[in-house]
Structures are given as C-alpha cells and as structure tokens.
Design a binder for this molecule. Structure first.
Ligand code: CA
Length: 513
C-alpha cells in the first residue's frame, strides 16, 4: 500500500520514477514438478532456473479453479470464477469487470498479448493482440488479430516468442512502459514436441511417480469416477502418437482430428516427425506390451512428449531474457513466469488437472524484479493467481478496484512478512463433461486440505505434512474431527468472504450442518 501511495503521489507530481515494464510469461498446464527450480526429478529447465536464481520462487502458489479459461479470467480480473463469468471452459468473461491490462493501459502502459488467450471474446485493453483461437495448434497455428485470422508456418512456442520479440523490437512505444503477456499453448494436451526436441529423452527412462498405480482406495467416488487415467483414457493416435495400422479404421474421439493436425505440418516438419516417431512406434508394436507394461509404456510416451514441449518453453524463456539483456531492459523489467494451473504427471495414475489435489492445484510462480526482489530467494506464503492483477496494479502505482479479491504480492516480493496474510486458500471447480471430474470446492491451509463434492455429498481431508501424496483420506475419522470441523468453519467463512452466490443465498451457516 505504501508503495502504491508513494507512486501515485509521484505520478501526480510528475516526478514518477520510471515505472517498470512487466513481462508476464504464462504457460498452459506446466506442473511445478517439471521445473528445475522446484526440484524436478524428471527434467531440466536451465532458463527458468536462471530466472529463479535471479528472482524469487513462490513455493505455495495455487490456482483458484484448475482449468484453462477460468484461470485466465481470474488472472485478468482478480475475481473468483463465480464472479467473473467464467466458471468453466464454456463461460464468457464478464466484460463489464475491470481487468488489470485495461487499467494499466489507461494508466499509460503500452499493452500487448500474444499467444494463447482462450476466452470467447476478443481481447480488450490491449494496444496489440495476436492470439490463438481456442486451444490453438502446435504446428502451423492460426493467430487471430484485429485484422483477421493469419496462419503461420512454424511451431507455436517459437512463434509466440518470435511475435513477442517482434512487438518489442518494432511496435512497443518506448515513451511508455510495456505490459507484455506472452502466453504459451505448451505444454497443453496433445503434447506435440517442437522440431528442436523431437528426439530428446530417446533411450532414457523417466522416473515414475510413486502413485502411478494408485487404486484410489479410501477416497470419495470422484477419484474413481474420473476419466483421465493414463492407463485407460488416452487416445492412441492423438495422445500417444501411434497412428492406426489400418487406414480405413473408424477413428474415435480426438483420434479423428489427428490426420488434420499432422496435415498442418510442412513437408520438412512432417519428415522430422515421422523420423522420430516411426521407429519408436515400430518398437512399440514389436514389443506389444500388455497390462502394467503397457501402462508404463504409455506413461513414458506421455511424459517424454510433455517434457519435450517444456524444453521449447524453456528455450524461449531464455530468448526473452536474452532480449532483455541485449536491450539493457533487464533492470527495469519485472519478469513473471507461471502457469494457469498445474498438471498430473502420472500422480494417482492421471494426466490432466481439475482436481484440487496438489499436482494440479499448484503452479510454478517465479518473479525477477531487479533491485526489489532478493536474488535466489523463496517464499512460502499462500498465494494464488487471484493476486496477479492487484500485484501488477500495485507495481505500476495504479489503485486496484475495491471489488478485486486478491492481494498485492509486492510486500512478499520485497521479502516482507505482511500482517494478516491469508492462512487458507479457497478453491472451486465447476466443469462437467470431459474427463468426468465431479464439481467440488475446498480449503487448503499450510498443512491441511478439505475438499467437498456436493453431488456426492462426500468429503476428503488430507494432512499434507504426513501424507504429501494425498492418498490417505482422513475425512470422518474420529481422531480428525476437530481438524475437520475447524477447516469446515474456515471453508464456510471463505465462501461468504468471496461472495459465493450459493453460500450467500443459503446464508450458509454450515457450522450447524
Ligand atoms: Ca491449462
């Protein structure tokens, strides 16, 4: 608050110190478990690790609703999904709500968004936008621009950063500070590696998570009802890159799209793709694995493709950092790297996200802010994507609308321990349909997590200290009654605090339930 006030005064007096540029690098489905700086056991991310060593790593960064479009709407508006219009991927952003890019733009920032957008209406509040329609494509993606749709030859992660650098080089109005939102499609499903990394991890075995063969014993029915297992819910052609042997075979589900997806490639790209996958697929057919062996094979195919996609993300983070160095802008540019939510990398036998379990709830969140952030520092306060809008507004000295529901992370960035920081986060998930994950909501403290599945009237409770893998559901156990009651009270309080309509309508005094 102090910073905001002093900056605001300075602005009025015309003696403002240079407001920093903001480079927000956003990835899609990048699990913290696949970032070196978060202790990855499965890959290396030298450029993200450089960012971390020069900045601060948030060890407890969480989303509010673990799915793509809703997470983006939360970041833009600083409002929970139940207030911003985007409860699920079918929702529409309520354009009457202020967004931080629009407020920064009005306050004199030159604003641009490039890459994945995933909201239904055109971007508002940006001087420049080039965004992927919907999920976008990995190869030869289309970009939507104010002038219409353009198809670009190339690989989406490279193109997103090519375009970002081109905007900085050619179009950024250097009279103004910039806000650049560089938003990757990667490493979203269907995990198509770029030309530079098609053969990475060949001949290697990636470590399996300890819960790859989880049978969900003791958890609510939601855990066994889902349709996101590596074992049973991956499509052979679309997910696993194994084309059908019989060309006349009737393809099902996303497999029906794969010929067209591959058909977007240039002849050179296609040749490189076939050279990488052809021999692997032949070996797979020759060995013809079954049962647990097939499960393991699928995990290896999936995780390697996922990590290959991240290798391109990391390379391109490096390109952006290099551009800042070469243009003497590193000192006055805040760089944030995060992801819309995490992802299951085989934990509980799953891919995808949605559930409030740690692998999808948690995001990487790394900030470099020279002169403000202590290089190589870490912070374990509970932060959420809900805080991004107010943080950027604070950094720019722009007052945040009172309705925004997060909190500026600026004191945390300065290494402070601000009084009254939240000691619990609220999570909600609404989407029904693909992957069959039950709607649920819950609360997480530094130690415990309580989740509620209303349509099953089922609870799950975890002690993250003794059970970090979340396999031992303690809900309803007499020893944990006091803990559960306390968390339940906190959950009710948070639902009222965040103005959840259902809680307000029922006057939700659930302490009596
Ligand atoms: Ca996502």
């Amino acid at each position: 608050m102090l910073l905001m006030t002093s900056l605001s005064c300075a602005l009025l007096m015309g003696s403002v110190p240079d407001r920093p540029n903001i480079l927000f690098i956003y990835s899609d489905d990048h699990s913290a478990a696949a970032v070196g700086a978060y202790g990855s056991q499965i890959n290396e991310t030298p450029h993200l690790d450089r960012l971390a060593s020069e900045g601060i790593v948030f060890d407890n960064a969480f989303c509010t609703n673990g799915i793509c479009a809703p997470a983006r709407a939360v970041v833009l508006t600083g409002l929970h999904s139940h207030l911003n219009g985007v409860r699920d991927n079918g929702g529409r952003l309520d354009q009457t709500k202020p967004t931080f890019p629009r407020l920064l733009n009005e306050a004199g920032y030159n604003t641009a968004i490039i890459g994945k957008w995933h909201l239904k209406d055109d971007p508002v509040g940006f001087d420049h936008w080039e965004v992927l329609p919907g999920q976008g494509h990995y190869y030869a993606p289309d970009f939507l621009t104010p002038e219409g749709k353009v198809r670009e030859a190339g690989y989406v992660t490279d193109l997103t950063v090519d375009k970002s650098i081109a905007w900085l080089d050619e179009d950024w109005d250097r009279e103004k500070p910039f806000l650049l939102m560089c938003q990757n499609k990667a490493p979203h499903r269907g995990w198509m590696p770029g030309p530079d990394h098609l053969t990475k991890y060949d001949g290697e075995e990636i470590a399996e998570p300890s819960t790859l063969f989880d049978d969900w014993t003791g958890r609510s029915e939601a855990a066994s009802q889902q349709e996101m297992t590596i074992d049973r819910h991956m499509y052979e052609y679309y997910d696993l890159k194994v084309p059908p042997l019989d060309e006349d075979q009737q393809l099902q589900g996303p497999d029906r799209w794969m010929d067209n997806i591959l058909g977007r490639m240039s002849p050179e790209q296609r040749a490189a793709w076939d050279a990488a996958y052809g021999p692997r697929n032949q070996a797979y057919r020759d060995s013809d694995p079954k049962g647990d062996d097939l499960h393991r094979w699928k995990y290896q195919r999936y995780i390697k493709d996922y990590l290959r996609c991240i290798a391109s993300v990391d390379d391109n983070v490096g390109r952006l950092l290099q551009w800042l160095d070469e243009n003497d802008l590193a000192e006055n540019t805040i760089v944030v790297y995060t992801s819309d939510q995490g992802f299951f990398l085989g934990e509980h036998g799953w891919y995808d996200k949605r559930f409030m379990y740690e692998p999808s709830l948690r995001s990487p969140f790394i900030v470099r802010w020279p002169g403000m952030v202590k290089p190589g520092s870490r912070d374990d306060h509970l932060v959420q994507n809900l805080d991004v809008a107010q943080t950027f507004l604070d950094i720019a000295g722009v007052p945040a609308p009172a309705a925004m529901q997060g909190r500026s992370m600026v004191p945390l960035l300065k290494g402070e321990d601000p009084e009254g920081w939240r000691d619990a986060i609220y999570y909600e998930y609404f989407e029904k349909g693909i992957h069959a994950v039950q709607p649920h909501y819950g609360v997480r403290t530094d130690r415990y997590k309580l989740m509620y599945f209303p349509e099953l009237d089922a609870w799950e409770l975890y002690d993250l200290k003794t059970d970090p893998d979340e396999v031992d559901n303690l809900a309803g156990l007499s020893d944990y009654e006091p803990v559960q009651a306390r968390l339940r009270e906190e959950l009710d309080r948070l639902r009222l605090h965040y103005l959840v309509p259902e809680a307000l309508a029922s006057g939700e005094d659930q302490s009596s339930r």
